[in-house]
Design a protein around this ligand. Structure first.
Ligand code: G3P
Ligand code: CA
Length: 266
């Protein structure tokens, strides 16, 4: 007789999400980093977004421009260089590549719009981190409007392809607002949701904690609630092997090539 096995959810392949574009190989959150991720064979990239003074969404990890651009030499009197104090036109004057390596001199901070164009052309999946949303009231709606004009990101069936686009944040209220604006898009909570609270977040698709804060019991607890778990940011091969052994669904890494080798060998 035929025994039918019922699975709670379809089994999905493990993935290595390429962090900030591919931060180990190119200046983080630039178009060059998206190209590098693609060239390294990544299928999915993570990027961070913030908002300019004139309401453009741009790719940037920090709330200030100081670490990853030459803003201090171009605008010496504009300390503390908050991205929200600069217009897009001003930001486009900055070099976002030379701090990483001279060969990337002239790389610019991309807008979210420009990044989506490039991701579509490269056919890359996206983990979109909304950074410090409390500084940018309404940013969730601006993101939803940008995506709504681009059918690529919303026209798949998330039940079968949940990793095409994930919107995530450390600000769980922001994630909830985004989910209500983009109900068909899977969302992720960043950080370690306390075990007793995981049940409050079954509307989300995943919980992505720092890799140093999890063990096998926590991974199982998240998955038993029906959620996926992909910890950040793991750059060491031994550490990759360790978290794969904990049973995670994937992980986030600056080195997607190393990550994919670890998955292939697992
Ligand atoms: O994707 C999660 C991870 O990127 C969070 O840490 O500081 O690199 O944005 P951070
Ligand atoms: Ca991030």
């Amino acid at each position: 007789s035929v025994v039918e096995v019922q699975h709670a959810s379809p089994t999905r392949p493990l993935i290595a999400v390429s962090h900030r574009g591919a931060a180990g190989h190119a200046p983080e959150n630039t178009l060059a980093a998206l190209d590098a991720a693609d060239e390294l064979g990544a299928e999915t990239v993570e990027i961070d977004i913030q908002r300019t003074a004139d309401n453009h969404i741009v790719l940037l990890h920090d709330t200030t421009l100081a670490r990853t651009t030459n803003v201090e030499s171009v605008f010496p009197d504009r300390s503390p260089y908050l991205v929200g104090d600069f217009t897009l036109r001003e930001i486009k004057r900055l070099d976002a590549g030379s701090w990483f390596a001279p060969s990337f001199t002239g790389e610019r901070i991309p807008t979210f719009d420009e990044a989506l164009d490039r991701l579509e052309r490269l056919d890359l999946n996206l983990f979109l981190e909304v950074k410090e949303p409390a500084l940018y009231p309404g940013i969730e709606r601006a993101v939803a409007e940008e995506l709504a004009g681009r059918r690529t990101w919303l026209e798949h069936n998330p039940a079968w392809e949940p990793r095409k686009l994930i919107v995530q944040s450390f600000d769980w209220d922001s994630v909830r607002r985004s989910k209500s604006l983009l109900p068909s898009v899977p969302h992720a909570l960043l950080g370690r949701v306390p075990e007793a609270r995981i049940g409050e977040f079954t509307w989300a698709h995943m919980i992505n904690p720092n890799h140093t804060t999890i063990d096998a019991a926590y991974v199982r607890r998240v998955q038993d609630a029906g959620l996926e778990i992909m910890p950040y940011t793991i750059n060491d091969r031994q550490r990759m092997d360790h978290v794969l052994g904990l049973g995670v669904d994937g992980f986030i890494t600056d080195f997607p090539d190393t990550g994919q080798r670890a998955i292939a060998d697992f």
